[in-house]
Design a protein around this ligand. Structure first.
Ligand code: SF4
Length: 439
């Protein structure tokens, strides 16, 4: 297989009217594909009015494609892909405690990364790991009752949105939940109840929105009081309590409801315990009626990475491979400390936003970055490291991604021609070089 076979192999065959957008976990598949397979710029501008996040994602890739259609560097100097692969393998072989981070790629990329991590005895963590764990720890502790986007869209009369601005990370959430008309719910009755969340943006016409009055209670206390009302436990009286009591009654009376939150917005201590309250509140409600949770995730392919890790190793991320060539082992590593890491292999075919914090990671650690060309020259790329530009699934490359509800794995085909290799192919070549095999 040539390095770019995965991305360019789709070129001629599939020029679809729509594309699978990889820029958040909703993986929308109803927005227009580019008019031609080279039309980066106009397509990015068209998307901007439909979804700013998708527009910005394409614009960043477009800028990079114009300025540096292919980019491979070793310690800041231009290099060939062969040279970079060989040097990455050499540095990986020399590392004692390699760390594989980022992992914002498609299924095949994560599979290749785990194979290489196993070969090199690496620890593995996603860039959104510590947001993801807010949901994961709660789920591991007491379980969860969740539903698909389609089920919520077609059945929910009441959608309780909890904490933060959902459209920050998931701009078209409300279009996905409320348009077109539901199959089983009464369209006229659908209401969004906001609990500790600001008024939503881009809400389709005809959907009612109400804010819950929490008085002087913070979000954690408000949910605790709401749950106490649902369980019939004694609650101190007051304005907020009266308001939450009536909300509890509405939740009970609703025939089908959904609680929606985004773990990335719950940026406070013990957020996993808060999420556990939400999961358990839905369990309480299901004694008399039907409620589900819809925890939003999947940005930067975090659910994809977690799913592949679970299929392949039996553990969610973060994990740690260790052992000898003869006897490998893998372990769940939920509270990692990367202070002793001596090489960071950063995988980012989806570039991501900002610099994620990995606990203990030394400043200036040597890096090998296999990422979208828009990342070249920015964090976490170290000027002294290796950079290999790769295709982005759904845009310049092809791959499978797991959607926010964790049930659907979408096939995101390339919609633009690109000379960039697929990240999975680059990782496979590094593994082959490490094994001393013919590339
Ligand atoms: S909401 Fe998310 S998946 Fe949908 S178009 Fe916007 S960035 Fe893409």
């Amino acid at each position: 297989m040539t390095p770019n076979a995965v991305s360019s192999g789709e070129s001629a065959a599939n020029h679809a009217a729509h594309f699978v957008c990889p820029f958040c976990g909703l993986l929308c598949d109803d927005l227009p594909a580019p008019a031609s397979r080279s039309d980066f710029l106009a397509w990015g501008q068209q998307l901007q009015s439909l979804c700013p996040r998708a527009g910005q994602g394409v614009a960043a890739l477009s800028k990079a494609a114009t300025e540096r259609p292919t980019v491979v560097r070793i310690d800041g100097q231009p290099a060939t892909l062969d040279e970079a692969v060989a040097e990455a393998a050499r540095r990986l072989a020399a590392a004692r405690r390699p760390l594989f981070g980022g992992l914002s790629g498609d299924v095949q990329t994560v599979r290749a990364a785990l194979t290489l991590a196993d070969r090199g005895g690496a620890r593995v963590v996603h860039r959104n790991q510590f947001n993801m764990q807010r949901n994961l720890f709660a789920q591991q502790s007491r379980g969860a009752l969740t539903a698909t986007l389609a089920e919520v869209k077609n059945r929910a009369e009441l959608v309780l949105v909890v904490g933060g601005t959902m459209t920050n990370g998931f701009p078209r959430l409300y279009q996905r939940l409320f348009a077109p008309a539901p199959v089983f719910a009464n369209e006229a009755e659908r209401t969004v109840l906001l609990l500790g969340a600001p008024p939503p943006e881009r809400l389709p016409a005809g959907v009612r929105v109400e804010s819950v009055d929490c008085g002087n209670l913070d979000l954690l206390d408000a949910v605790a009081v709401l749950r106490a009302h649902l369980l019939g436990l004694p609650v101190a009286t007051g304005n907020s309590s009266n308001s939450l009591a009536s909300v509890a009654q509405r939740l009970r009376d609703c025939r089908y409801g959904a609680v929606v939150w985004a773990a990335a917005e719950l940026n406070f201590t013990a957020a996993d315990l808060f999420v556990e309250q939400l999961f358990q509140m839905v369990v309480d409600l299901n004694k008399k009626t039907r409620w589900v949770c819809l925890p939003l995730g999947g940005n930067d392919a975090d659910l994809t990475a977690n799913a592949v890790s679970t299929w392949q190793t039996g553990f969610p991320l973060p994990i740690e491979f260790s052992g000898t060539a003869e006897a490998h082992s893998v372990a769940y590593d939920p509270f990692p400390d990367y202070a002793d890491a001596d090489l960071l292999l950063w995988l980012a075919p989806l570039a991501g936003e900002g610099k994620p914090a990995l606990p203990g990671l030394p400043d200036g650690i040597p890096t090998v970055v296999i990422g979208a060309p828009s990342l070249a020259g920015s964090a976490p790329v170290d000027a002294k490291g290796i950079f290999i530009g790769v295709a982005t699934p759904g845009v310049t490359g092809t791959g499978h991604l797991v959607r926010t509800d964790g049930v659907i794995t979408m096939y995101a085909a390339a919609v633009l021609d690109s000379p960039l290799p697929a990240a999975a192919a680059v990782l496979e070549r590094i593994a082959a070089a490490l094994n001393g095999e013919k590339q």
